[in-house]
Structures are given as C-alpha cells and as structure tokens.
Design a protein around this ligand. Structure first.
Ligand code: NAG
Ligand code: NAG
Ligand code: NAG
Ligand code: NAG
Ligand code: NAG
Ligand code: NAG
Ligand code: NAG
Length: 274
C-alpha cells in the first residue's frame, strides 16, 4: 500500500500549483462533505469550476455556467459569527477571462488596469456589475450568503458576481432571507460542521439584453455532522414568488433530477440522510 500513499502525495503535489479556475474541485474539496462533489448531472458544456480565492485563501467552491453567466451552485461550510455585512465592492473572476490571470477574485477596475483589457473582454464569460445595475425587481442574490461566514474577509469573499444570480427582490429580502437567517440557524444548532450547497435552476427569462439568465428556482441542501449522528435538510423557492418550501434532501435531489433532466442528481455523500 506504500506505493498508493506515494501516488497520493505525488498527486497532491501536482495540484499545489493549480489555479483558481480548476479542472477538478480537488483544490478546494474541503468545502464538500467528505470530499464528495455533486453528481455531474448538474454540469453542462459551459461549466467552469472555481475555487473561490481571496486574500491568499480559499473560502468556497462554485460551479459557474459561462454561457448563462450565472452560477450553477456554490458549496461552503456554514460558519455564522458576530459582525456586520461588509460594504464590499463586487468582484469578478480573472481566470474566466484568461487562465494566465491571477487566481484571486478582483474588482473589474483592478483587472482592467492590470492587463489593459476592456469591460467587453471581461463580460464575455461572466456577469459584470453593470448587468445588475438598475434592474427593478431583481437583486444580486448571493448563493453563499455573507451572513453565513464568520469574518470580514470570508464575508467579503462572497461578494463576487460568480456567486450571485438575479433573485426576485421580494424573495431575497423576504422568505429566502428568513430561510438563511432563521431556518438554517435553527437546524444547525447541534451541528459540529454544516456543509451547504446552494444552487439555481436556469429559467427562460434574462436580464441585461439576454446576457444574464434569470433562474426559475433557487435551492439549498445541507448536511450536518453532529457528535454521533448526521442530519440533513433542504429548501427550494420559485424565483417569481416570496415563498420557500422546506423539503428533505431526498426530495430536493428528486426535484432537481426532474428540473435539470440530465440524470439523477446527488448533492452529498451517502452518509447524509435523505
Ligand atoms: C454541448 O455542446 C455540443 C457541441 O458543441 C452542442 O451540440 C450541445 O447543444 C451542447 N449542449 C449544451 C447543453 O449546451
Ligand atoms: C492570455 O494572456 C496572455 C498573457 O497576458 C496572452 O499572451 C494571451 O494571448 C491571452 N490569451 C487570450 C486567449 O486572450
Ligand atoms: C473588511 O474587508 C474589506 C476588504 O478587505 C476592507 O476594505 C475593510 O476595511 C474591512 N473592514 C473591517 C471592519 O475590517
Ligand atoms: C421551515 O422550517 C423552519 C424551521 O425548521 C420553520 O421555522 C419555517 O417556518 C418553515 N417554513 C415553512 C414555509 O414551512
Ligand atoms: C458534542 O461533543 C462535545 C465535546 O465532546 C461537547 O462539548 C458537546 O456538548 C457535544 N454536543 C452535543 C450536542 O451533544
Ligand atoms: C421554459 O420553456 C420550456 C419550453 O418552452 C418549458 O417546457 C418550460 O416549462 C419553461 N420553464 C419555465 C420555468 O417556465
Ligand atoms: C417577485 O415576487 C413577488 C412576490 O410574490 C411578485 O409579486 C413579483 O411579481 C415577483 N417579481 C418578479 C420580477 O418576478
């Protein structure tokens, strides 16, 4: 078995030099319970894997749809803590523009200055700030919300446009906020570690002249590790009304399998109760 161990060490060395837009989530597998990623039924031709990096640290993982210019999902560990929502500036993902660019999220302005590129070049593979400006009825809805992070830096890292979708503003400020701030807080009370994946099902409408897809549904699945046992829960909301359904993780996976229609969806390791 020694050769297996050596192979693992060698493989992990190969990963060390890897950039933020990655070929596999191995670089940031810590954000998935027991390193198990959701099934490939959620991926499309135009999915990019992003290990979300800021101030020399990884904070969460995002699967991003570069054609619809919204995330498929963000995966993170729930770590609520005291402190306020930062007044952060929105950032973008440099490596979606060019894989040779830095592996940390940046503001549009900083990237434009560093590489003398235009807004149009940045906007080809991802949403830019302007896409969300002056959109009445639609907010920049975080998938990984800043309120589920425990430090100024980890909260600031959620302010990347690769982590947001156009979300119905009533839902964003109403039932979804209540899900994030009440339901999750309550359900995670006895958890030593809570792994959450929040995603968005692409819809038929767009904002910004067809550039940005408006999801039909926003969903969340969680797996909680307690001292001697495991628990799980899930939620789903239609993006045109202010209501969130509490469902089981098994129900969510079933509904996502039907909504995406690309095969069975599994979000978490089999230890997480369905
Ligand atoms: C994937 O790519 C193929 C070939 O480029 C294309 O025919 C197909 O429609 C794409 N599928 C999706 C889901 O975008
Ligand atoms: C990416 O950036 C490098 C270095 O700045 C440049 O040589 C290359 O042409 C760029 N690639 C694309 C596809 O723009
Ligand atoms: C939080 O982080 C941002 C970005 O790094 C920084 O500009 C701001 O000053 C920080 N705020 C506090 C209270 O530390
Ligand atoms: C969902 O569950 C939470 C508690 O786990 C509860 O407070 C909330 O009212 C429920 N929401 C709905 C719409 O049933
Ligand atoms: C879990 O175990 C820790 C350390 O053994 C203990 O302090 C804590 O109270 C336990 N939590 C629950 C919910 O039993
Ligand atoms: C989107 O359009 C397709 C085809 O017209 C339809 O089958 C589907 O139900 C629509 N989805 C939503 C969320 O309206
Ligand atoms: C958002 O949800 C509210 C509350 O259900 C609804 O009245 C409104 O029409 C929705 N807005 C959009 C843009 O879908």
């Amino acid at each position: 078995m020694l050769w297996l161990l050596l192979l693992q060490v060698w493989a992990s060395c190969l990963w060390l030099g890897h950039s933020e837009v990655v070929n596999s989530f191995s670089t940031c597998s810590q954000f998935f319970y027991r390193g198990i990623f959701p099934s490939s039924a959620l991926q499309t031709n135009s999915s990019a894997l992003i290990c979300q990096r800021y101030m020399n640290q990884y904070f969460f993982a995002t699967l991003y749809n570069t054609q619809k210019r919204i995330p498929v999902y963000s995966a993170y560990i729930y770590q609520r803590g005291p402190g306020d929502r930062p007044a952060a500036r929105w950032m973008i993902e440099p490596q979606l523009v060019n894989r040779t660019y830095p592996k940390q999220m940046e503001t549009e302005g900083a990237l434009k200055n560093m590489y003398h590129i235009s807004e149009i070049q940045i906007s080809q593979s991802q949403a830019i700030n302007k896409d969300y400006d002056y959109q009445t009825g639609w907010n920049r809805g975080h998938l990984n919300p800043s309120g589920h992070q425990n430090s100024n830096v980890s909260r600031t890292a959620t302010f990347t446009l690769t982590n947001v979708v156009p979300q119905n503003s009533s839902l964003n400020k109403g039932a979804w906020k209540s899900y994030e701030q009440k339901t999750v807080v309550q359900r995670s009370q006895n958890c030593q570690a809570t792994y959450i994946i929040v995603g968005a099902v692409p819809g038929n409408r767009t904002i910004a002249n067809g550039r940005i897809n408006i999801p039909s549904h926003i969903w969340s699945g969680a797996c909680c590790k307690m001292n001697n046992t495991m628990s799980a829960w899930a939620a789903i909301a239609q993006n045109d009304r202010n209501h969130v359904d509490n469902i089981t993780l098994g129900d969510l996976e079933g509904r996502l399998s039907r909504l995406y229609n690309r095969g069975p969806v599994s979000l978490f390791h089999s230890d997480c109760p369905r």
